[in-house]
Design a binder for this molecule. Structure first.
Ligand code: FAD
Length: 381
């Protein structure tokens, strides 16, 4: 028997994030879109109100959410502003390798640190010559006594300049190349870290990205997550967990844009009747509503499958991210179209939502790469 009814706990989680979004994100989203600045006041409030670190175990100060519960939370954040929502969710991205591969002592040390400092972390995978091709990573972490000496160049690092520590992927043995990729936790105060000015970008402007250079940064061996050579697997397993979050943010963004367009087209009169009374626009709204429902369902299904240890998790999480972010792009673009000049104007939110939607088709693996993940998985079946 399948039930689509949310439990009392799930409804409570959704309400808690909806309420936070209304009080903190909605009133500030345009300000941060203009400022292109990390929204520390909102992240601090999110810590105060138990919004941060949803999937971190309760014993380490998180909420102990399942992926399904996390998807409910992220949809609400995305309905307010994906840019601000990703400041919260990118922290989860950076902490997920610790959830997957850190030992008990490391989890305590780093989760305590992040909670006590009300801080955020960054996930450092991408390099100038290793974007989609993660195996092209050239950063090195060479063992010297009881430290690794880290050298390399990362780019597009979300939360980079704001991070208290970074989860960095580097080769420990250049002869073995990508087979030696290893995950290390690097405290931001370590000497030798150079953070470049933030990236100027189209959307999600509350979220900051930086290039980060590591010059002979000494990282204690005790900061290695898992074994040497396990980095690629940790990075990929991380995405299996986090891509449903990007999908849920996209569903929220699409829902919000659709609601604005629905109301506007019902109130705007041309040729003596509401714009929405024209079949061309009515059918457009019908398609958007249908796609949003489908995107939410695939997101919930992928998250549920993960929580319940089902097979093909990479495929399902890739499908959810691919489908939901494509839906958000379509919904926000059509919302702009349905609202004509007002849609394109910065006085209405749908143009921002359209700019924000685009990025979800690119980060955590482009949607071409999601198709690659899905097709490889199909070939194996
Ligand atoms: C705002 C922002 C935030 C980000 N945050 C982070 C972060 O926190 N941490 C992090 O490590 N990275 C982060 N990234 C990096 C992001 O994951 C990469 O940008 C993304 O994976 C694509 O890599 P690339 O930009 O180098 O594009 P490329 O890999 O150069 O790809 C360019 C184009 O070619 C296509 N392509 C590449 N290979 C194939 C193929 N085999 N088949 C078909 N098409 C292909 C891609 O789909 C894309 O359309 C972020 C990026 C952005 C823009």
């Amino acid at each position: 028997m399948v039930s689509f009814e949310l439990s009392a706990r799930q409804l409570e989680i959704r309400e808690k994030y909806r309420d936070f979004t209304q009080r903190w994100i909605v009133p500030n989203r345009l300000k941060y879109d203009e400022l292109e600045k990390f929204p520390w006041e909102i992240v601090k409030a999110a810590y105060e109100e138990g919004i941060m670190n949803g999937p971190i175990p309760e014993k380490h100060g998180g909420n102990g959410y399942s992926l399904f519960e996390g998807a409910l939370a992220s949809e609400e954040l995305g309905a307010g502003c994906i840019g601000i929502g990703i400041c919260i969710d990118a922290n989860t991205l950076a902490l997920t390798p610790l959830l997957l591969a850190a030992n008990e002592e490391q989890q305590k040390r780093f989760f305590d640190r992040i909670r006590e400092q009300k801080a955020v972390a960054a996930y450092c995978l991408t390099e100038p010559n290793a974007g989609s091709d993660v195996q092209g990573i050239k950063s090195t972490a060479i063992r010297k006594g009881d430290v690794y000496v880290l050298n390399g160049h990362k780019r597009f690092i979300t939360n980079g300049e704001a991070a208290s520590f970074m989860t960095v992927f580097a080769q420990t043995d250049p002869e073995k190349g990508s087979r030696s990729l290893t995950a290390l936790v690097v405290p931001a105060e370590s000497p030798g870290i150079e953070i470049k000015p933030r990236l100027r970008k189209m959307g999600q402007r509350a979220s900051v990205q930086n290039e980060i250079l590591f010059h002979d940064v000494e990282v204690p061996l005790s900061n290695r997550l898992g074994e040497e050579g396990h980095g690629f697997l940790i990075a990929m397993r991380t995405f299996d967990r986090t891509r449903t979050g990007v999908a849920a943010l996209s569903v929220g963004n699409a829902r919000a844009a659709y609601e604005i367009a629905k109301e506007w087209t019902q109130n705007r009169i041309q040729f003596g009747k509401p714009i929405a009374a024209n079949q061309a626009i009515g059918f457009m709204l019908a398609d958007l509503a249908t796609h949003i429902e489908a995107a939410r369902l695939i997101t919930w299904y992928a998250a549920w499958a993960y929580d319940n240890g089902k097979k093909n998790l990479s495929k399902l999480s890739a499908m959810s991210k691919l489908f939901a972010s494509d839906v958000a792009m379509r919904v926000t673009t059509d919302a702009v179209q349905a609202m004509g000049g007002d849609g394109y104007s910065r006085d209405f939110l749908v143009e921002k939502m359209m700019r924000d939607a685009k990025l979800c088709q690119i980060y955590e693996g482009t949607n071409q790469i999601q198709r690659l993940v899905i097709s490889k998985s199909i070939m194996k079946e």
